[in-house]
Ligand binder design. Structure first.
Ligand SMILES: [Zn+2]
Ligand SMILES: [Zn+2]
Length: 298
């Protein structure tokens, strides 16, 4: 299962009661953080999530509302006792941006490993999850991310018996580990549908969002503005309207949609929820600390 927590829902600047947008995804005791604006530490604390469990930080882009909280967070992760390396992913220039922030951090007890993405789409894995970074359309290089917890095929008892696989090896093989000269493929069926979520903010709508979010369990998309008269403003500033996000969720055939990254000029985004549900019924206006447990479907 995946435990997903939307730590904040603000775009551009934090407001009293509204932290900047970031996501904390937990799976089997390991966590991935997407973006880290000012105040993300407080949001992690409010949501009762762990600092030391963060194995990877994924950055969408380098606008301050997505990265300026990093120096303080790194110090807190260090204080939480981390010594294992921390992986960071983001657009080209990531090591330079973080390097500049390190002037106010100093020495850390863990190594940072940087993975920089050029324009395009990239597959990788982090914290035990399959991941994709895909190019968005913002005022600077920006990526969306898809995370998937894969699911192995069903254990075929009949086949295992036929091959004479000792029963004490069944569990190991089911866990995807070779044992006693047998490989998991010998006794497992086709891989089954996993759990997937997609996160994309700070972008105009692009086809890739629905493509990567196809049949996803959860889409988390930017809903910068809700008022139709803000359309031109959204286009100029390379941001997305709530209605555009709902249309993407419909096209992707996602299970559900959470909206986030609301403009400070939108104090009550929940006012748009009913209108948006006419486009995509399972739309939820995000709230700070909102969480969900996503499980495998039979
Ligand atoms: Zn932003
Ligand atoms: Zn931005």
């Amino acid at each position: 299962m995946l435990d997903v927590c939307l730590l904040g829902t603000g775009g551009m600047m934090p407001l009293p009661g509204r932290a900047l947008t970031s996501l904390y995804v937990r799976c089997a005791g390991r966590a991935v953080l997407i973006d880290c604006g000012e105040g993300t530490q407080t949001a992690i604390r409010s949501a009762s999530r762990k600092f030391a469990a963060i194995d990877a930080i994924l950055f969408t882009h380098f606008h301050a509302d997505h990265i300026s909280g990093l120096p303080g967070l790194l110090l807190t992760i260090a204080n939480a006792g981390r010594t294992r390396p921390l992986d960071m992913y983001g657009p080209e220039g990531l090591a330079g941006v973080v390097g500049a922030l390190m002037v106010i951090v100093g020495e850390l007890p863990f190594e940072m490993v940087f993975h920089e993405f050029e324009e395009g789409c990239h597959s990788f894995s982090c914290a035990g999850l399959k991941a994709d970074a895909f190019w968005l359309d913002h005022a600077m290089p920006c990526f969306g991310y898809r995370l998937e917890l894969e699911r192995r095929g069903k254990f075929d008892r009949q086949k295992a018996r036929k091959l004479g696989v000792p029963m004490e090896l069944w569990k190991t093989l089911q866990d995807g580990i070779s044992a006693g000269g047998y490989s998991p493929e010998d006794v497992l069926g086709e891989p089954r549908r996993g759990i997937s979520l997609l996160y994309a903010t700070d972008t105009r709508p692009v086809d890739r969002i629905a493509q990567y979010g196809k049949d996803a369990d959860l889409l988390i998309l930017e809903g910068m503005f809700g008022l139709p008269e803000k359309q031109a403003r959204a286009e100029e500033s390379h941001h997305m309207m709530m209605q555009e996000a709902a249309n993407i969720a419909l096209e992707a055939n996602a299970d559900r949609l959470w909206l986030t990254h609301f403009s400070p000029a939108t104090p009550h985004p929940e006012e748009f929820e009913l209108i948006l549900r006419e486009i995509f019924p399972n739309t939820v206006i995000g709230q700070d600390g909102m969480d969900a447990v996503l499980s495998f479907k039979e």
